[in-house]
Design a protein around this ligand. Structure first.
Ligand code: GRF
Length: 211
């Protein structure tokens, strides 16, 4: 069933994949606000996504996601990339922390770092990211502004498997969001976020069901 309404056009059928016997063990990587983390945690609490969040890693001391994790009683660890000499040593610490939590899926939720082979090889094919555009359109930074500047009338969000090529990994799921005449980066980003919060938990279940 596809859903078309004034706010969004959800392209995938949002039927939840069959419940697994064992919960997925998720490790969350987030740099900022953490609303996608909260949406995933909520989907777990509501019994939609059969998973447990093992912990949250954030790389920015001000990241609101740390507070959100604490409110849910979930462990969070600050691993600040500025404390490392290079991207590989940073990723090695991130990977070791995730391994320590016995994570089987790594969920980038607003993680503003590019993954090196050190992280990718630690969890091959098991790292997901969400991006605020319909990839392959508008990869990289400022995707919402890019879409507005390009004058497209539909944009959206994409969940994909993370690869070395930024925002180019295999697509798991997408949701489309129309762009309205008076849209600003803020109004459009807000509507995209709303779709992200529905799409990401479901896409995690979908990816895990296919793996
Ligand atoms: C989202 O728009 C996501 O697409 C992008 O970063 C943003 C994170 O938002 N990768 P939040 O921190 O989950 O609120």
């Amino acid at each position: 069933m596809n859903c078309v309404c004034s706010e969004a056009l959800i392209s995938p059928a949002l039927d939840w994949p069959a419940v697994r016997d064992l919960p997925l063990r998720l490790g969350i990587l987030a740099s900022g606000n953490g609303s996608n983390f909260a949406a995933i945690a909520q989907a777990i609490d509501q019994g939609q996504l059969c998973a447990q969040i093992q912990g949250v890693i954030y790389n920015n001391p001000q990241a609101r996601v740390a507070q959100r994790a604490a409110e849910r009683g979930l462990p969070s660890v600050l691993i600040n990339h500025r404390d490392f000499g290079g991207r590989e040593t940073f990723d090695a610490t991130v990977a070791a922390t995730l391994r320590g939590w016995d994570v089987d899926w790594v969920i980038m939720a607003g993680w503003m770092r590019c993954a090196t082979p050190v992280l990718l090889d630690a969890f091959p094919g098991h790292i997901l990211n969400i991006h605020p555009s319909l990839l392959p359109s508008f990869p990289g930074l400022h995707a919402v502004e890019q879409a507005l500047r390009a004058g497209v009338t539909i944009t959206g969000c994409t969940v994909h498997i993370v690869t070395l090529a930024v925002d180019q990994g295999p697509i798991i799921a997408q949701a489309a969001v129309p762009i309205f005449g008076g849209d600003t980066p803020d109004t459009l980003a807000r509507r995209i976020h709303t779709q992200e919060h529905q799409l990401y938990p479901w896409a995690i279940a979908l990816a895990a069901g296919r793996a």
